[in-house]
Write a protein that binds this ligand. Structure first.
Ligand SMILES: NC(=O)c1ccc[n+]([C@@H]2O[C@H](COP(=O)([O-])OP(=O)(O)OC[C@H]3O[C@@H](n4cnc5c(N)ncnc54)[C@H](O)[C@@H]3O)[C@@H](O)[C@H]2O)c1
Length: 249
């Protein structure tokens, strides 16, 4: 399966009242329709980091502006070392000092570090506000943004303080992978390679055939792993309903 830039997929994670959609495709961050049908609120807060903000924050803000009267951006330091209490408190400081209310929607724009930390902030602020995952690494798109595991690290262990808290939507814009350093593509790929033997022989064969292309091919090729992962992830595949591959939204 190859993927043209115009192809988009929507996969529904069926979890009764906590069900949500995963949107996969290109151009999603720049398309205001991507963010329709989300909870309404007076304000949205984009949480991102200093590496990702210059690339995508203004674009996401422009797409959210038709839906939220106020859209703020919080730029955190980059790195796993900052997935901690101090950085989490910066999110709460901004929310409380800015008088954000209990309907506020948080948008996690970044890799797994931003996704995990923002998700946990959303789980805690005012006992829980809606949040949306906008994953920008391959690992986050195929793994960490889905499943509702949120956390920060503690000196005694990684991901030791956290909560299970589902996002309202996951927006995997494959275009964001074009700026991802090769090392981060490789890190996500290591996760992707596991899926074939676990869930899908044909997918495993596809990977074997295309793995060496990755230095010469656009990361858009990895839309297939994202899509396959969304459809086959063992921990929620039984409740996942894949809709038409190029359904507009
Ligand atoms: N919640 C879960 O189920 C789950 C599962 C697996 C991993 N995780 C967590 O995910 C984290 C690792 O996530 P990760 O691998 O995405 O690392 P990361 O979030 O640190 O991102 C890697 C680097 O890539 C940069 N980056 C992100 N998107 C970019 C883009 N589009 N262009 C250029 N640079 C970009 C980041 O700023 C960072 O420097 C760990 O904290 C791990 O515990 C969570």
């Amino acid at each position: 399966m190859s993927t043209s830039p115009s192809q988009r997929s929507r996969v529904t994670v069926g979890l009764a009242e906590r069900s949500y959609d995963i949107l996969i495709g290109t151009g999603l961050i720049d398309d205001a329709r991507t963010f329709a049908e989300l909870p309404r609120a007076a304000a949205a807060l984009i949480v991102t980091n200093e590496t990702i903000a210059p690339l995508y924050a203004a674009r996401l803000k422009a797409s959210l502006s038709p839906h939220y009267p106020s859209v703020e951006v919080l730029v955190l330091p980059d790195g796993e070392i900052h997935k901690d209490w101090t950085t989490l408190n910066r999110v709460f400081d901004v929310l409380l000092e800015g008088n954000f209310d209990r309907k506020t929607v948080l948008f996690a724009l970044g890799g797994g570090v931003i996704g995990d930390l923002t998700g946990f902030a959303a789980a805690c602020f005012m006992r829980g506000v809606p949040f949306v995952q906008v994953p920008t690494t391959l690992l986050a798109q195929v793994d960490s943004s889905v499943g509702g595991k949120t956390a920060i690290n503690h000196p005694h262990g990684k991901n030791m303080i956290g909560a299970f808290y589902q996002p309202r939507r996951v927006v995997a814009d494959l275009g964001s992978l074009t700026t991802l350093p090769p090392r981060e593509i490789a890190a996500g790929l290591a996760e992707v390679i596991k899926y074939g033997p676990i869930a899908d022989d044909a997918f495993f064969c596809w990977l074997e055939e295309h793995l060496d292309d990755r230095s010469t091919c656009s990361p858009l090729r990895w839309s297939m792993p994202c899509d396959a992962r969304a459809r086959s992830r063992p921990k929620w595949s039984a409740t996942t309903n894949a809709r038409a591959a190029d359904e507009p939204y």
